[in-house]
Design a protein around this ligand. Structure first.
Ligand SMILES: Cc1ncc(COP(=O)(O)O)c(C=O)c1O
Length: 341
């Protein structure tokens, strides 16, 4: 068994992200909230069509698609999915056709939610849009997207489905195994020890990839995942499975233990894609004090968790928040974000 890096380097990869993304100190907010010193990893700045974490993940999916000579990318996600938008952008960049399926996971009739933000960008990027009206139904949505792929094959196309549900090799997580290396070398270069990294935990590719990558390098930095889609108990099973799958993919022994999987779901309510008061406050704090633009679905919730955690630690410790992007969501939730202001 190797150390994983040889295998990682052999896997097909399409370069899409602007990296390394910066790591920045958040001096005003660190003083304002008290507790640990705050830093941010600016993965909202990965570049492709407003960036975000999914750009790093797509490098491996699009690489795989191109190596299979696909001519069409298919993907499913929530109406305001950032993954879908960046997949449409990656397809445009590589001259591939893109079909996207938008799932009605969030009950919203708000015109901004339905037409602005990521939805607007999907159209600009030239994707063909399908609707999945059945609400939260991960396996049903996945089945449907494979049926669309079958229809496309009948028409002579060569589709590649980017999976989100469990049960597929976690290619996307590899983008964050690489990001872990990037973070460790950046922290070494600025001579800053970080005790904890905080990140949104949804499909779990980002969280699991980072955790796996850090442990693979021998780093013991804690990784706190803030649940944005399902509660801690369910998410723990996902992260454990994803780490196991990454080990299989890279043909290495995983160094991630069950004790490494650390999650909080305090900011999930009332559910995926639905804003709550502490998240709105965290978004305001980030914007007012650091000009950090956070979104209501992912990074706002994760940042609320990050601030809570930083307040539990002392000023000798440093917490690094991974800003995973989601910028277009700010416009889709504009009316709700400004409520009470
Ligand atoms: C902006 C943003 N942050 C975080 C996440 C969660 O990442 P993951 O699905 O890898 O857990 C997503 C997922 O769509 C996202 O769009």
């Amino acid at each position: 068994m190797g150390n994983g890096l040889e295998k990682l380097e052999k896997l097909p990869r399409a370069i899409l992200a602007h990296t390394p993304t910066p790591i920045e100190h958040l001096p005003s907010l660190s003083v304002k909230i008290g507790g640990a010193v705050l830093y941010v990893k600016r993965d909202d700045c990965t570049g492709l069509a407003l960036g975000g974490n999914k750009v790093r993940q797509l490098e491996y999916y699009v690489g795989d698609a191109l190596s299979q000579d696909a001519d069409t990318i298919l993907i499913t996600g929530a109406v305001q999915s950032n993954f879908v938008r960046t997949a449409a952008a990656a397809a445009a960049r590589y001259g591939l056709t893109c079909h996207i399926q938008l799932e009605e996971r969030v009950k919203s009739t708000d015109a901004l939610y339905r037409d602005s933000g990521n939805v607007l960008l999907n159209q600009l990027l030239g994707a063909t849009i399908h609707s999945y009206p059945d609400g939260e139904d991960e396996s049903g949505a996945d089945r449907r997207v494979h049926e669309i792929a079958d229809d496309l094959r009948v028409q002579g196309r060569r589709p590649y489905v980017i999976p989100l549900a469990p049960g597929y090799p976690p290619l996307g997580a590899l983008g964050y195994v690489i990001a872990a290396q990037e973070i460790v070398s950046q922290l070494t270069a600025i001579d800053r020890e970080v005790s904890e990294i905080v990140v949104a935990s949804g499909s779990g590719h980002t969280h699991a990839g980072l955790l796996f990558g850090l442990r693979m390098l021998g780093s013991s930095i804690r990784v706190l995942g803030i649940c944005v889609r399902r509660d801690s108990a369910a998410q723990e099973l996902r992260i454990r499975a994803r780490c196991r799958e990454i080990a299989e993919l890279l043909e290495v022994q995983s160094r991630v233990t069950d004790a490494d999987i650390y999650l909080r779901d305090d900011f999930l309510a009332p559910g995926y894609g639905q804003l709550n008061f502490p998240t709105r406050e965290a978004i305001r704090l980030g914007a007012h004090h650091e000009a950090l633009l956070l979104d209501p679905v992912y990074t706002g919730k994760a940042f609320a968790g990050c601030l809570q955690r930083a307040q539990e630690l002392d000023s000798q410790e440093t917490v690094l928040f991974v800003h995973t992007g989601g910028t277009p969501g700010i416009f889709a939730y504009g009316a709700q974000l400004l409520e009470g202001q």
